[in-house]
Design a binder for this molecule. Sequence first.
Ligand code: MN
Length: 128
Amino acid sequence: MSATVLYIEDNSDNLTLVKRAMEAAGYQFLGAEDGLSGLKIAEEMIPDLILLDINLPDIDGYEVARRLRSSSKPGLIYVPIVAITANAMRGDAEKALAAGCDVYMPKPINIRELWARVAALLQSPQTS
Ligand code: MN
């Protein structure tokens, strides 16, 4: 069975772009347009990897990552999280990593780099 990737992102253009890229690479794709619905889908579906925008309309991506890492669902405590954000300000990468994200990628999204990151993270041994 192919891996499932959840992307939490309020920008529909990015959501569409990444959906196509993930499906082209053979992954199952799930999308959510805000933090709370992203958390709900994550708890229901336990994706193999999560792509996470930081600027979301409700709770921000840092809070989403912290809630995933403290989830009662064991599959979400160690799920790889890739933070993707346009915030170029110093400290954002550190904040994302401190909140529990594994990797930080700046926007605009480089699809080849995203494919490489996702593939590398999905190769890591999973406990679930
Ligand atoms: Mn956003």
